[in-house]
Design a protein around this ligand. Structure first.
Ligand SMILES: [Zn+2]
Ligand SMILES: [Zn+2]
Length: 170
């Protein structure tokens, strides 16, 4: 069983660290009946948000903590201003979070991608480590991407410097 509160706090910290402002979340619920969705974010009448996470995400040992956090962050981003849909700002924030932390937050995620069908693919080894030469921030990447090729042109989300150094480990 994963520690939901720990994961939740990590997610909130990671998102707000990037300067993304979350809405007020009045309740979190672990849904034991959810069969078809991993998470849900509802806007309440008073302007606060309620987030539901499927209990299966926490209970199923085949689902990694990261896969669980991807769902939590997906829902957290819905609480940002103008982010109830999976377009525009929501999509932009999801891309930023993915890029900085190496997540794979998407609009919809099939069971397969949560590692239920084939959990080996979730355990892919880290291939690169990037370190910011100015503030020491670290980014891990498991596969090649625009960032891993053009990292010299990317600014650090924490300090803004373009000072990444790359180390290939995998
Ligand atoms: Zn959504
Ligand atoms: Zn930095």
């Amino acid at each position: 069983m994963k520690d939901f509160n720990k994961l939740k706090e990590q997610c909130i910290r990671e998102v707000t660290h990037l300067g993304i402002k979350l809405g007020y979340i009045s309740s979190w619920e672990i849904n034991t009946r959810a069969k078809t969705r991993w998470g849900l974010c509802k806007l309440n009448q008073d302007g606060s948000y309620s987030i539901e996470i499927a209990s299966r995400l926490l209970e199923d040992e085949r689902i990694s903590e990261n896969a669980c956090k991807e769902t939590i962050i997906h829902e957290l981003l819905h609480t940002c201003k103008g982010c109830m849909r999976h377009t525009g700002k929501w999509k932009y924030y999801a891309e930023v979070v993915n890029q900085v932390y190496g997540y794979n937050i998407k609009r919809v995620t099939a069971g397969q991608e949560k590692g239920i069908e084939n959990h080996e693919s979730q355990e892919m080894a880290i291939k690169y480590i990037f370190t910011c030469g100015k503030c020491g921030a670290t980014i891990y990447r498991k596969r090649d991407s625009k960032f891993t090729k053009n990292y010299r042109y990317y600014g650090c989300a924490r300090c803004g410097a373009c000072a990444w150094s790359k180390k290939t480990v995998g």
